[in-house]
Design a protein around this ligand. Structure first.
Ligand SMILES: Cc1cc2nc3c(=O)[nH]c(=O)nc-3n(C[C@H](O)[C@H](O)[C@H](O)COP(=O)(O)OP(=O)(O)OC[C@H]3O[C@@H](n4cnc5c(N)ncnc54)[C@H](O)[C@@H]3O)c2cc1C
Length: 504
């Protein structure tokens, strides 16, 4: 247990969780959940529960009282009602690919896995909408839409496991935000179980609907703290038949932030020259080296470059010619390789998409997903590298990100799990540049202590009022997004949503 933590308090440090005897063995709750989902979908055996209790990064884990695996929206509502009755907290979980510790228990909650709520998956090619249960994975949804020549306009490397419900709950971004926006922008409706067991249903999918507050937009990005999303409606867009991917070795601009400044300038140039720029991903030589070792890849073009930009352009006609005209002879381009066929594009994407797993394979990683004003991105990157080097000379910083939006993923290897000083240093730099401490992964438990610095008192007051109104007992995902306090909440964390003064 970390120094200063109360006995049984979950701290986010590997190996820490509440003792099994306290967390499990609540016959009343177990009986109610078994009645709701059936015995085979109510897990209490520690070995069976274990895969649900550690997050993708392996930085965060805790013990659940039990794991409930509902297969219908009615079962979700029955589990929520049982948890409200027994005042036990609920942690919703989709594919458990989240990177901020929000999808795993902190100690003694009911872990509600939505991964088995995945039967409904319907494409409406007239309205260009996809309706799916929350547990349907992104890859399944993409395949269903592709049968009609349509796409979701959203894509990310965890597509085989990440669920649409989890993506709505985190307002996931990914590689196509540049053209189509993030998950909130793609949502045309949803269904969610609220804390009292009632069901919010906005599934008409009409293109215009100005009747009152945007509750769909509110639940998007709420990280399981306001309700359990059981169904989503996603807007579809025609899949462009032509697609070209290019990997570009960058020639840096002068100055400390040179490689990043070059990437920003080149993306701007491409946005002006091309119609269908869908992706612009930046990564660096250190990351490529890790990926190459991890995945046994050959050297990329311009192997000696300090930084690389991967771009994808799609359209109704072949964009290859226009892309090569925009790149050939450009002073910021050292070398480039492009492909239009699926296998070639996958091979180029591997240098970028395999970063997350290659970094995770090195051991424990501190992940900071941040967004900067685009003008400040290069200076910010240079400051991060220099500051971390000064503060922790042995740490390794691997950055990559969606440079079109100013979104960098800063991964720091070689730190202790509870070394929060470096995280605070980086997030402090983000705030000094008026950036966002969470671009697309959410706040989770990883960044909850910084929310009070990132939002003003009016924002925080409204967020608190919303949480109190929609989840008066602090049932949903306590400890995520908001700090907790010692007493008064549902069992499970022993603590509940606290005063906003606790932020910071
Ligand atoms: C290799 C890799 C690449 C990634 N790339 C990207 C990327 O490019 N862009 C990006 O944005 N993210 C990325 N992620 C992070 C992750 O995939 C997203 O956050 C995704 O949206 C999480 O979906 P999930 O189903 O796994 O949710 P989980 O991880 O299970 O849960 C995430 C959060 O949502 C809540 N939640 C889950 N399901 C529900 C529900 N049905 N109702 C209410 N709350 C719910 C959980 O309580 C938790 O707080 C990546 C992750 C990995 C491992």
């Amino acid at each position: 247990m970390a120094a200063g933590a109360a006995p049984g308090e979950w701290t986010g440090v590997p190996g820490v969780g509440v003792p099994l005897t306290r967390a499990r063995g609540r016959p009343g709750v177990v009986d109610a959940v078994v009645a709701a989902v059936g015995p085979s979908n109510c897990l209490t055996d520690p070995d069976l529960c274990a895969p649900y209790e550690t997050d993708w990064t392996r930085r965060w884990h805790g013990r659940a009282a039990l794991v409930a695996r509902p297969t219908t929206g009615d079962q979700v509502a029955a589990v929520v009602a049982a948890c409200t009755r027994h005042r036990i907290a609920v942690v919703p979980q989709g594919g458990n690919t989240g990177l901020v510790g929000g999808s795993v228990p902190r100690g003694g909650e009911v872990l509600m896995s939505l991964a088995h709520l995945d039967q409904t998956l319907v494409v409406d090619p007239v309205a260009n909408l996809l309706e799916a249960d929350a547990g349907v994975t992104l890859a399944r949804a993409q395949a269903a839409a592709a049968e009609y020549g349509l796409g979701l306009g959203i894509d990310l490397a965890a597509r085989d496991t990440a669920t649409l419900g989890g993506m709505a709950a985190t307002n996931a971004g990914g590689i196509h935000v540049l053209r189509y926006g993030a998950m909130r922008a793609r949502l045309a409706g949803l269904e969610a179980v609220m804390a009292d067991g009632s069901v919010l249903s906005r599934t008409s999918g009409v293109a215009k609907d100005n009747v009152g507050y945007d509750l769909v937009g509110l639940l998007a990005g709420s990280e399981g703290t306001l309700g359990v999303i059981t169904r989503v409606l996603v807007r579809l867009a025609p899949l462009p038949p032509w697609r070209v991917t290019a990997l570009i070795a960058l020639r840096p601009l002068p100055g400390a932030g040179g490689p990043v400044a070059a990437a920003v300038a080149l993306v701007n140039h491409l946005l002006r020259q091309l119609d269908g720029l869908e992706a612009a991903e930046l990564f660096f030589a250190e990351g490529v080296e890790l990926v190459r070792q991890h995945a046994s890849l050959p050297p990329p073009p311009g192997a000696s470059a300090e930084a690389f930009l991967l771009v994808e352009v799609a359209g109704r006609t072949d964009p290859l010619e226009a892309l090569s005209q925009a790149l050939v002879g450009h002073p910021l381009v050292l070398d480039t390789a492009a492909s239009t066929d699926a296998a070639g594009r996958v091979a180029l994407w591997a240098y970028r998409e395999r970063h997350t797993e290659a970094i995770a394979a090195q051991g424990l990683v501190h992940k900071l997903d941040v967004c900067l004003p685009i003008r400040d991105l290069a200076d910010f990157w240079a400051e991060v590298i220099a500051s971390v080097r000064r503060c922790r000379p042995r740490a390794q910083v691997i950055c990559f990100g969606h440079v079109g939006e100013g979104n960098l993923h800063i991964n720091i290897l070689g730190l202790e799990a509870d070394d929060t000083e470096v995280d605070a240093l980086v997030l402090g730099l983000v705030l000094a540049h008026r950036g966002s401490i969470s671009a697309e992964h959410g706040v989770g438990v990883a960044k909850r202590s910084v929310v009070g610095h990132a939002r003003g008192p009016v924002d925080l007051g409204i967020m608190k009022a919303l949480k109190d109104a929609l989840d008066p007992h602090g049932l949903f995902n306590p400890g995520v997004l908001f700090p907790t306090r010692e007493r008064g909440g549902p069992r499970g964390t022993n603590r509940t949503f606290g005063a906003m003064g606790e932020f910071g």
